[in-house]
Design a protein around this ligand. Structure first.
Ligand code: GLN
Ligand code: ZN
Length: 779
């Protein structure tokens, strides 16, 4: 039977035990022993689950207190001086927490390390900091301790560590210019001896296999980086362990020859994202090498079509015999822990889903099937006794096959009427009149002053508001009470905005807990889990909705709240929607049709909402697309295709309105220089962006492109409770006006204010309005 393994398991725990333990420890309500106990318990539980499912090489080192990259950074001793404290023990856990969060129960606070997205996932890692001449040493023993812990429990441990080149690629430093700066490679002579020492120590602990993660092999690599792989692995080859080189999230592509030429004992490839690489890899594999086939989707929550997987792998199993291993495509970190924790999903929907626990079962089923594949050794009667009975295996296989079949045909998924509409939608004109004509007709009724002021949508989500929504969801209060309470919030925020003199108002988003769930709950084709948590960073988890079927909008979603807000004021109220790409990016998306098609369905549903808002008299409408950039594929060659359909979907949502209706969009945490053409092609009348922390530097892309439409560069950081000074905001706007025509500029914060309190929000917005007034008077 093929060896089964996983690249990593979710560490957070099915009840988010790690989150709760961490937060207690940080708050000082639990001590270090209690935190350690939770970590030990989670590791033991997760190792046991995997071993029981038949996983023979169990990952160790995938556990992390905050982030696995940060764990490794600390192991390498790459701790910037600002985090070192005289009282710290070597490898002190609080040092790690200070790097992650800027503070910890012990030691002085310091500016936290930067955090950014892990490849194209919604997981965030802590960016390692590097500098020329940096030295490394084994500074933290947690990996070795955990290997010992696993071995004591009888677990066959396969340590998992980031490869030296991937770690350097992910690192940042003032002396380096971007991820791919070849100057980073100068650190290898200092870094590699530590890797060798780590591998040697692991071997001494009895470890046979070590998994080295080098996902940068699926990126566009400069030749110098590609070349560095050969020398790095030539060095690591001397270590007394077998190395499994793990690649995931895409195709090796032009790095295929590099990966295949390395002196490693095994290679893991992602066959979900890049099925086409199976044949060339099998053909080129050396006779002493193992192929780990990443065949179960580690990035999504659908049951695998096991028949198809078996058919694809059977010839490989025959050719490679025990040199074929089976695995999920990547670490299971990116899927929820266990479907068994869901009580509210109906049986059919549930039969389509697979979380980390279920993926282990799928792996085991596939392993057994390949064992019995024609031409392969072993007949059903020779099945080892510790494996599930053949009848149980057959039943599980049949159930999985039936689930895949109903998913292909279920009317809950496939909506004929909608599909016809989608075909018609191809003919819909996505173009609006030229911007200069539109803006003139908008200005004719809006009559906004120069430097108009607005906000991005949300106002503080107070305890009361959150409690209100919870009570309503749990049925503790009825619809009428709930609606009256939300209306009261809206009325309060409209009155506040009028009082301080904002120009374009918002209703404040009190009815939403986040940007996607509210819409998902009102759209057909979406499902929600109770416990489908996935780690986003540290103790923070998200519960992405599941888009399982064709998406449509049974009824208006925001018209009631928005028209109510508009009824309270003569100023324009801006309707507020989340864009199709962002809804797509922050959900688990069906895999039975291209993402583009699902996005078009979302776009059509939003188009209906936009037109209903317009019909109801809402003539300024914002469609947020903060995740627009996140959707970019890992390979440059695929960017144009993505940008084309993403822009097209935005335009499908928006282009139905008349010239006098003003379309806004908003994007945060984004760079624009390499996507500015697409941003311009979205053709929003106004785009508001996060710029204050970059000191308006992000506007350079718009300047260089001569971006033609209106733009609101954020003038203050909403992540901080600090109230910005009027002068400061005026200065920022003056900087903006050096780059872009004054008459195109709006004044607004960087992003929504939902995480802020009211006192600082009131103070900050009042000052922002003062800044705009000053700018007008100076003009
Ligand atoms: N309208 C949303 C808000 O104000 C936008 C949030 C975002 O861009 N992340 O909260
Ligand atoms: Zn934002």
């Amino acid at each position: 039977m093929p060896q089964l393994h996983t690249l990593g398991f979710p560490r957070i725990g099915v009840r988010r035990e790690l989150k709760h333990a961490l937060e207690r420890y940080w708050a000082g309500t639990a001590n270090r022993e209690e935190l350690d106990a939770t970590g030990r318990e989670l590791r033991a539980r997760h190792w046991a689950v995997q071993a029981e499912a038949g996983v023979t090489l169990v990952p160790v080192g995938d556990f992390a207190w905050y982030d696995h990259v940060l764990e490794w950074t600390c192991t390498l001793g790459a701790v910037p001086a600002r985090f070192e404290q005289p009282a710290d023990q070597p490898g002190e856990l609080d040092t790690l927490f200070r790097m992650a969060r800027g503070r910890a129960p012990t030691g002085a606070p310091a500016a936290a390390c930067e955090m950014t997205k892990w490849f194209d996932t919604n997981y965030h890692y802590l960016v390692p900091e590097i500098w020329p001449g940096q030295t490394f040493r084994i500074a933290r023993n947690s990996l070795f301790d955990q290997v010992a812990e696993a071995r004591e429990l009888g677990v066959n441990a396969k340590p998992v560590i980031p490869g030296p080149l991937t770690w350097l690629w992910l690192a940042k430093g003032d002396a380096y210019d971007g991820a791919d700066d070849i100057a980073k490679l100068d650190l290898l002579p200092n870094l590699l001896p530590v890797y060798e020492a780590v591998l040697k120590r692991l071997a001494e602990q009895g470890v046979e296999w070590v998994q080295i993660d080098d996902p940068i092999l699926v990126l566009d690599l400069p030749q110098a980086w590609r070349d560095a792989f050969a020398s790095v692995y030539a060095t690591l080859k001397a270590a007394p362990v077998k190395l499994l080189l793990a690649t995931y999230f895409g195709a090796l592509g032009d790095n295929l020859d590099t990966a295949l030429s390395l002196p490693v004992a095994g290679l893991h490839i992602d066959l979900v994202r890049a099925p086409e690489q199976l044949a060339p890899v099998v053909a080129a594999l050396r006779a002493d090498q193992v192929l780990s086939a990443g065949i179960i989707d580690g990035r999504n929550i659908w049951r695998t079509d096991l028949d198809a997987a078996r058919d694809r792998l059977a010839p490989v199993a025959e050719a490679l015999g025990s040199r074929l291993w089976l695995a999920p495509s990547c670490s299971l970190l990116h899927v929820p822990v266990d479907l068994a924790a869901e009580q509210q999903l109906d049986d059919e929907l549930r039969s389509w889903l697979s979380f980390a626990h279920q993926k282990l079962e799928e792996l085991a089923l596939l392993g057994q099937a390949l064992n019995h594949a024609p031409g392969h050794a072993g007949t059903p009667s020779q099945q080892p006794s510790q494996q599930p009975s053949l009848a149980a295996t057959h039943a599980a296989w049949a159930a999985q096959r039936a689930a895949c079949q109903t998913r292909r045909t279920s009317p809950r998924i496939h909506n004929r009427a909608l599909q016809a509409r989608l075909t018609d939608a191809l003919a819909i004109d996505r173009a609006r009149a030229p911007f200069k004509d539109r803006i003139a007709s908008q200005q004719a009724w809006l009559k906004l002053p120069a430097f108009p002021t607005t906000t991005i949508g949300s106002f503080p989500q107070t305890k009361d508001i959150r409690g209100l929504r919870r009570d309503w969801k749990e049925g503790a209060i009825g619809d009428a009470v709930y609606e009256a309470a939300i209306r009261k919030e809206i009325a309060g925020s409209i009155a506040f905005q009028e009082r301080i003199g904002l120009d374009v108002l918002v209703h404040g988003e009190a009815e939403r807990n986040d940007m996607v769930e509210y819409f998902g709950e009102l759209l057909a084709g979406f499902a929600f889990t109770q416990n489908g948590w996935v780690q986003s960073y540290g103790s923070r988890c998200v519960k992405p909705p599941v888009i399982f079927g064709d998406v449509s909008r049974p009824a208006a979603m925001t018209v009631g709240w928005t028209t109510y807000a508009q009824s309270l004021t003569d100023k324009p109220v801006k309707g507020m929607l989340t864009g199709p790409v962002t809804i797509l990016q922050w959900s688990f998306v069906r895999d039975d049709q291209p993402r583009q098609q699902t996005c078009e369905q979302l776009a059509l549903a939003l188009r209906d909402e936009v037109l209903d808002l317009e019909q109801a008299g809402i003539r300024v409408i914002q469609i947020d697309e903060p995740a627009f950039r996140e959707g970019l594929p890992l390979r440059r060659s695929q960017w144009a295709h993505y940008l084309h359909w993403a822009v097209d979907c935005f335009r499908l949502s928006t282009a139905g309105v008349g010239d006098t209706t003003q379309i806004h969009t908003h994007m945060c945490y984004s760079e624009f220089n390499d996507i500015i053409e697409a941003i311009a092609a979205m053709d929003a009348d106004v785009i508001t962006i996060e710029t204050s922390r970059s000191n308006m530097e992000l506007l350079k892309a718009f300047e260089d492109f001569s971006y033609p439409n209106d733009i609101g560069p954020g003038v203050y950081d909403i992540h901080s409770p600090n109230v910005p000074e009027v002068d400061w905001m005026v200065q920022l706007m003056e900087k903006a006006a050096k780059r872009l025509p004054r008459e195109r500029l709006w004044v607004n914060p960087d992003c929504g204010l939902k995480t802020r309190g009211w006192p600082e929000t009131e103070a900050a917005l009042a000052k922002m309005v003062d800044a705009a007034r000053f700018l007008r008077s100076a003009a």
